[in-house]
Design a protein around this ligand. Structure first.
Ligand code: FE2
Length: 311
């Protein structure tokens, strides 16, 4: 197994810790909940494999998180899964992995749900592992999402006063010859992806905007991000007051701003209204049944810390 996901940080690039900003005027997640508030859940990096390959361990973790979320008294409006749905997605064995992933969910008219009544929709974007090993999303498109193939797996969902922009941050991209430890995301195209995002943001009337993709745009050092058109992507997000860019890939919980300032996890929850665009990495479901809630309450978005379930 190659080590592209977790550990490739440039340790010479020390993080700058933020100590001097007020965390939030909100003291806890519960402060946000009133009748008209809603929240959604981010899950990422489920890395599901068919039980032939891992005895169903990653599938069990994903099932555990889904069942846990379904048990909440106040249900989420929807769930987003930001890539690496399966450990590898290509070929016959990759199709078996995607089928094991889908066994945890329900599908109706091409849309995934957590339940057969269709109460909680599940939206996905692909990650680099979903491309492996042939660098294509054939099985992802065939089995998970065939609705956005012509749009390069980009789409927009609006729920009440929140609009989400789902994007594909690409397949494995090796920075150096024989440099598998420094695998990056192939990234966005300028005309097809970044201009699409700018067009969508410019015509968006929602007060709250969140972009979702697998690879982070910002990380410690220069690794484990996507490589193409990162700077212009960040400029667009800043220019249109995007609240959050939610990502996975690193199997870690980290929050940065565009200047790579690192916001420590013990500062969360954040009322995002008090912050610039935040670039968020959420810990992997496969690592410990992690998930993250994001709450929308009137004019405010609350970014909550990662939760995990002990099994
Ligand atoms: Fe991953």
């Amino acid at each position: 197994m190659f080590l592209d996901d977790d550990v490739a940080q440039d340790l010479n690039d020390e993080p700058l810790l933020i100590n001097d900003l007020e965390t939030s005027s909100i003291n806890s997640e519960n402060d946000f909940y009133s009748k008209d508030d809603f929240y959604f859940v981010q899950i990422t990096d489920t890395h599901v494999m068919h039980k032939l390959f891992d005895r169903g361990e990653n599938q069990n973790r994903f099932k555990t998180v889904i069942e846990h979320i379904k048990s909440f008294t106040k249900k989420p409006a929807f769930i987003v899964i930001t890539g690496d749905l399966v450990e590898w997605g290509s070929g016959l064995s990759g199709a078996l992995n995607f089928k094991a992933f889908l066994e945890c969910l329900y599908k109706k008219d091409g849309q995934l749900y957590t339940d057969e009544d269709g109460l909680i929709p599940v939206y996905t974007v692909p990650g680099n592992h979903d491309y492996r090993w042939f660098g294509a999303l054939t099985n992802y498109h065939r089995l998970v999402d065939r609705n956005h193939i012509l749009d390069g797996d980009k789409y927009v969902i609006t729920h009440e006063n929140l609009t989400l922009f789902f994007m594909d941050s690409g397949h494995d991209y090796i920075l150096r010859p024989r440099g598998w430890i420094h695998v990056m995301g192939s990234g966005l195209t300028y005309w097809f992806d970044v201009s699409w995002l700018e067009d969508e943001l410019s015509s968006c009337n929602s007060p709250h905007k969140i972009v979702l993709m697998h690879y982070p745009a910002i990380n410690w050092g220069k690794y484990d991000t996507f490589v193409r058109n990162k700077d212009i992507f960040i400029q667009v997000c800043e220019g249109y007051d995007v609240d959050l860019v939610l990502a996975g890939h690193t199997h870690a919980s980290r929050v940065f701003d565009k200047d790579k300032n690192f916001y420590e996890n013990n500062m969360l929850p954040f009322n995002c209204s008090n912050y610039p665009t935040l670039y968020v990495q959420t810990n992997a479901c496969k690592e410990g049944c992690f998930y993250r809630n994001i709450t929308i309450s009137g004019d405010d978005i609350c970014l909550n810390p990662c939760e995990h379930i002990i099994i």
